[in-house]
Write a protein that binds this ligand. Structure first.
Ligand code: FUB
Length: 323
C-alpha cells in the first residue's frame, strides 16, 4: 500500500495510537468535534469529550470496525475537560487505557481505565496517576514484557510548567541555544496503574552528539511514540509549531536517542501526530490531517500509509501534502 488512505470517512478522528492485540490491529484515536471554542495557542479548541476504538484484520482492503464510545469525560470522577491523545496496553488478561485530561483546576493529568477487551469499554480509576502531568501518553512494551510510558507536550500540553517532575511557580519555555524541553519516559508499575519510578527526560542528540537546542526546528514538541525495529529503539515525535514528524534511534527504551530525520513533512492542519506499527509483515504510519474538514485544524481525519526502511535502518521520508 504505497498510497496513503483515509480510515474513517464519517467522523473526525486524530492522534492515532495503534497496536496488534488478539491478532487484529486496534486503533485508539482522539475523537475531534466542533464545540465552537475559538482557536488559540492553548489548544482550547481541541475540546474532545469521548473516545471510540477501531479494529481491523485487513488494514489494506477492509473498512475499520467502529466499536463505539468506550470512555467519556462524564465517566471520570476527577474530570474537568479535554480528552486528548490516548493509548492502550495489555498485561495479564487486562487492557489499560492511558489518557490525558484536564482536572477540575484545568491542569492536565494522566488517567488509567481498565477493560477485559481491547475494544473496551474502559472503566476509569477514581484518581489520576500519582505524579503524572502533561499530555500524549504512549505505551511501549519492551521484549522482556516491561511497559514504559512516554509523555509530554509543549504550549497547551503544559510541559513548560514542570522541571524535574515538580510544578514550577511560573512556566518556563526555553528558546534559542538553551536545551530543548524533553519528552519524558517512565517505567510502569507491575499493576500498570502507576509509575514505578520518577519520570526521566528523553534526551535527543544531534548527529554530532550535542543535545538538541530549543531553537532547532526539529526539536521535540509533543506526540511521542516508540517502536522497535531490528533491535533498535525508534523514538518519534511531532515538532509542533514546525509541523514535522521526526525520529531518533537509541539502544534502549531510556535513550539517549540520536536524531535521524523526518518521517512525514507537514500535513494540512496545524498538528501532526502518529503511530508506527507492524502488521502482517508490513510497517505502517498512522497519522491525521485536516484535508476533509477543509483545513479546520481541530477537525482531523485518520490516515494510514506504508513505511519503507532503507538498508541502514533509516526511514524514507513521506510527503504530508501540506505546506
Ligand atoms: O489532539 C490534541 C492534541 O493535538 C494532541 O494531544 C497533540 O499531540 C496534538 O495532536
Amino acid at each position: 500500500m504505497k498510497k496513503s488512505k483515509y480510515l474513517v470517512e464519517n467522523d473526525f478522528m486524530a492522534d492515532p495510537a495503534v497496536h496488534v492485540f488478539e491478532g487484529k490491529l486496534y486503533i485508539y484515536p482522539s475523537h475531534d468535534r466542533e464545540s465552537g471554542i475559538p482557536e488559540n495557542d492553548n489548544g482550547d479548541h481541541f475540546d474532545m469529550n469521548d473516545y471510540h476504538v477501531f479494529s481491523t484484520s485487513d488494514i489494506e482492503n477492509e473498512p475499520l470496525t467502529d466499536h463505539g464510545v468506550v470512555l467519556k469525560v462524564s465517566d471520570i470522577a476527577w474530570a474537568g475537560r479535554q480528552l486528548w491523545d490516548c493509548d492502550v496496553a495489555y498485561k495479564n488478561g487486562k487492557y489499560f487505557m492511558y489518557y490525558p485530561l484536564k482536572d477540575k483546576t484545568d491542569i492536565f493529568r494522566l488517567g488509567v481505565a481498565i477493560s477485559d477487551s481491547p475494544a473496551g469499554p474502559f472503566i476509569p480509576q477514581p484518581d489520576p496517576i500519582r505524579g503524572s502531568y502533561s499530555i500524549d501518553p504512549a505505551i511501549f512494551e519492551d521484549t522482556d514484557g516491561t511497559h514504559y510510558m512516554y509523555f509530554g507536550g509543549l504550549w497547551g500540553g503544559q510541559l513548560q510548567r514542570y522541571k524535574d517532575n515538580k510544578a514550577l511557580e511560573s512556566a518556563y519555555l526555553p528558546s534559542g541555544d538553551e536545551l530543548a524541553l524533553p519528552s519524558r519516559v517512565v517505567r510502569l508499575s507491575d499493576d500498570m496503574l502507576g509509575f514505578a519510578e520518577e519520570p526521566r527526560p528523553v534526551t535527543i542528540l544531534n548527529q554530532d552528539g550535542t543535545p538538541m537546542k530549543a531553537g532547532q526546528t526539529n526539536r521535540f514538541f509533543e506526540a511521542s511514540w516508540m517502536h522497535l525495529y531490528k533491535g533498535k529503539y525508534y523514538f518519534s515525535y511531532s515538532t509542533g509549531d514546525t509541523h514535522l514528524l521526526c525520529y531518533a534511534i537509541g539502544d534502549n527504551p531510556y535513550g539517549p536517542f540520536t536524531y535521524q530525520g523526518v518521517i512525514l513533512t507537514p500535513v494540512v492542519g496545524w498538528t501532526t501526530h502518529h503511530a508506527i506499527a507492524e502488521f502482517k509483515g508490513k510497517w505502517y504510519l498512522f497519522h491525521h490531517d485536516s484535508v476533509p474538514s477543509g483545513g479546520r485544524t481541530w477537525l482531523r481525519s485518520l490516515k494510514v500509509v506504508e513505511i519503507e526502511y532503507n538498508e541502514d535502518g533509516t526511514i524514507k521520508t513521506i510527503e504530508g501534502g501540506g505546506e
